[in-house]
Ligand binder design. Structure first.
Ligand code: MLT
Ligand code: MN
Ligand code: ZN
Length: 306
């Protein structure tokens, strides 16, 4: 089973179009040792031919161009993307669906909450019905037990969706009124080897069922949005703490580093990294701290084989 990180950044990408934070500014000037990153998405396949696109980023066209496996030449019009799965209805995870409109009807796996947002507040589904159309496959929500499902056309892989505490998008009626299924994490398992990766780019709180899932995973690909809880406030960009946006920061007591330190997974990787996060600066103390803790930082094009 192979996982390709198509986009390792949070919403806005890195550098962000209008941002002059120290990272974005220095990146544009060429004085920062860092990699540019596109918005949040991964692709997974067991046969190397049929890929499950997990989240459809606004940067999807550039991501497909950079990923030959997603653009096979088997017929006059072709794609390696056999199905799409959404973990929430955030703008950075769903707007790329519009870019797939020239293709066949899109097999779309998402929860009822996400489907609701995409048929009302951000009506991508009704819009797409005038182009390729979308075939919805409702994802069940698990809280207290693991029951993997198989996805049509994606052989060799089993997926368990897990309800998470994070945040529905700002436009959603669920933003301040959370429902199970607004945000999910995924256990993705290679059926042949039993190896598992836990993927959760938006993880606001590590509840017991999430911790149990993380403990049983061979690889963790988890929320790397913010280094500190008040990162956006200190920079004057927002009045919201990381938790208000559904993200657990890396530093501090109860933070992601502490959590990952207590886990035995063979690989621990942060993904969905906001452009303000000091870990993007490869010369920073924070970057070095992660490496000392055995934590990797996802980058676009990163491949994970399990
Ligand atoms: C988030 O996860 O909080 C986002 O990256 C928000 C966004 O897409 O604007
Ligand atoms: Mn996001
Ligand atoms: Zn920035």
């Amino acid at each position: 089973m192979k996982i390709i990180v198509l986009g390792s950044s949070a919403g806005g990408g890195f550098p962000q179009w209008n941002c002059n934070c120290s990272n974005c500014d220095r990146m544009r000037r060429g004085t920062l040792k860092a990699k540019a990153r596109t918005q949040s998405s991964i692709a997974v396949s067991a046969d190397g031919e049929n890929w499950l696109l997990i989240n459809a980023s606004p940067d999807i066209l550039a991501q497909i161009r950079a990923t030959p496996a997603l653009q096979p030449g088997r017929q006059p019009r072709d794609s390696g993307i056999a199905a799409v799965l959404l973990i929430d209805a955030q703008v950075d995870h769903v707007t790329g669906l519009l870019m797939l409109r020239e293709g066949k009807p899109i097999p779309l796996y998402c929860t009822a909450s996400v489907w609701d947002d995409l048929t009302t507040g951000l009506p991508l589904v009704p819009v797409l019905s005038h182009y390729c159309g979308v075939q919805w496959h409702p994802l069940p929500i698990r809280q207290n037990h693991m029951e993997p499902i198989e996805l049509a056309g994606i052989d060799g892989i089993r997926i368990t969706p897990l309800a998470l505490l994070s945040k529905a998008p700002p436009y959603s009626p669920h933003r301040e009124n959370p429902h199970p299924g607004d945000n999910i994490g995924l256990m993705i398992e290679n059926r042949a080897t039993g190896k598992k990766v836990f993927y959760a780019p938006g993880l606001g709180e590590i509840e017991p069922h999430v911790e149990a899932a993380m403990r049983s995973a061979d690889c963790l690909l988890v929320d790397g949005t913010f280094w500190s809880a008040d990162e956006m406030i200190r920079l004057g960009f927002s009045t919201k703490y990381a938790a208000d946006m559904g993200h657990l920061p890396q530093s501090g007591p109860g933070g992601m580093i502490e959590c990952l330190d207590s886990m035995d997974a063979g690989r621990k990787i942060l993904i969905h990294i906001n452009n303000t996060n000091p870990i993007l600066d490869e010369d920073s103390e924070q970057h070095a701290t992660l490496l000392r803790h055995g934590i990797e930082i996802a980058h676009d094009g990163m491949e994970i084989t399990l």
